[in-house]
Design a protein around this ligand. Structure first.
Ligand code: DI6
Ligand code: FE
Length: 417
């Protein structure tokens, strides 16, 4: 440690300094948004190294290579979409039309459409074709301030195609300045070759596909679609047991269409999150609270499937289960690539406050991805993934939809938009 000589404070030397900004730090505090008004923020080597008010900055001896004058705009953490399925072949506009004529999502799935039709299109698509169709989806999210995205596999349902999907996810990270977290969702549907033999497919997932994915280090987490059109509790448990042995954290698609108690099962594996949750009961909320899980709510799927059963928001608040919000971007139940629309829908459809909605795509979304120690907040030592918005108050991010107020996006300390 260098000693400070009296009267000669050390000179701080920074790479980039934001000045004249209001900052929604999203650091837990009694103040909404953890706001710093008329603030400044310094970045070096991809990290946030200083933040405070302009008055505090005025008494510091500093230099900065680059100065960005925010002129009163707002900074938030770069947004995090913690639940997506953006890599897939084809589209399901025909099923959308069928649903408008009265068929339900479940009926279409039981008749061999739904996820399985996307599986067929994904199996026959080349790696390059999947990359080319996923990139504009990721770009659409990125242009709205997203700097971290979780992407699930699950439209391959065999080793070859699950690997292909996860490799495309890896490639996307090289194409755009977005951190990608990859989730293996092999237990998404029962593939045609295992029709009426779900246990046979679960054996394949547990003994062949998942161990290989883990060996190739292609996944950061393991997800299961626990549902009447997906997998039973017992089948889910078998997959979680293997994930546990392989040291991979788990999460679950649960209680979307029915209450199968998937969230409670997931809580016994200290799952990162349970996602959807429209049909979750109080016991499930308590179990999630005890296991410190996060609830991921997906208003896009609720909207697109014209669901009417609301997730138990009041219970999440009561038991202090953190709430994350994500697009669930996928071809069947949420063909949506707008995180800003999700902020709006989280408030209009689920009655979250604009603050809760923003926490859902920052601090709480980071928890879901196991990166809460470096992303999702504006705090010293955190990654300098920062969005600058042309708004007068943070509630505008959820209030309006259609005009994109993003003016600058910084990823790991570099201005990328
Ligand atoms: N729940 C969902 O919302 C997506 N997968 C899942 O398990 C929907 C997948 C699809 O319909 O293609
Ligand atoms: Fe999903």
């Amino acid at each position: 440690m260098q000693k400070k000589k009296a009267g000669m404070p050390n000179r701080e030397s920074w790479e980039t300094l934001w000045i004249n900004v209001n900052i929604a730090t999203m650091v837990e505090s009694d103040t909404d948004y953890g706001a710093i008004f008329n603030g400044a923020l310094a970045v070096s080597k991809g990290k946030i190294v200083w933040l405070g008010t302009m008055d505090e900055l005025a008494v510091i001896n500093y230099s900065s290579k680059q100065i960005l004058d925010g002129k009163g705009k707002w900074l938030t953490p770069g947004l995090i979409d913690c639940h997506t399925h953006i890599i897939y072949g084809g589209n399901r506009a025909n099923e959308f039309e069928m649903r408008l004529q009265g068929k339900t999502y479940e009926e279409i799935a039981f008749a061999g459409g739904g996820i399985l039709s996307t599986v067929a299109a994904t199996r026959s698509a080349s790696e390059q074709a999947l990359l080319a169709s996923a990139k504009p989806r990721l770009m659409a999210l990125h242009k709205e301030g997203v700097t971290t995205v979780e992407i699930k596999s699950g439209y391959g349902l065999n080793l070859e195609t699950e690997i292909k999907m996860l490799k495309v996810a890896q490639l996307l990270e090289k194409e755009l300045p977005v951190t990608i977290k990859k989730t293996f969702l092999g237990a998404h549907a029962i593939p045609i070759e295992f029709q009426n033999n779900s246990q046979g497919y679960i054996n394949e997932v547990c003994h062949n596909i998942l161990p290989a994915i883990a060996e190739y280090k292609l996944a950061d987490a393991v997800d299961v679609f626990c549902e009447n059109i997906g997998f039973t509790l017992d089948e889910t448990k078998q997959v979680f047991e293997v994930a546990k042995k392989l040291n991979l954290p788990v999460k679950i698609h649960a209680e979307q269409l029915s209450n199968m108690k998937g969230s409670e099962l997931a809580s016994t594996y200290n799952a990162l999150s349970a996602d959807h949750l429209e049909h979750l009961c109080e016991e499930g909320v308590k179990a999630m609270c005890n296991a410190k899980m996060t609830a991921v709510l997906l208003p896009g799927a609720y909207y697109f499937l014209r669901e009417t059963q609301l997730p138990p928001i009041e219970l999440f608040r009561h038991y202090q289960v953190p709430i994350a919000i994500a697009t669930d971007s996928n071809p069947g139940s949420s063909p949506i690539t707008s995180i800003q629309l999700m902020l709006n829908m989280a408030c209009t459809l689920f009655k979250l406050t604009p603050f809760e909605a923003l926490a859902g795509v920052t601090v709480n979304a980071a928890k879901v991805l196991g990166i809460a120690d470096k992303k999702g907040k504006i705090a010293i030592g955190y990654d300098a993934d920062i969005a600058c918005w042309n708004i007068e108050q943070p509630a505008q991010l959820a209030y309006q939809f259609g005009v994109n107020p993003l003016t600058v996006l910084m990823k790991a300390g570099q201005v990328v938009i």
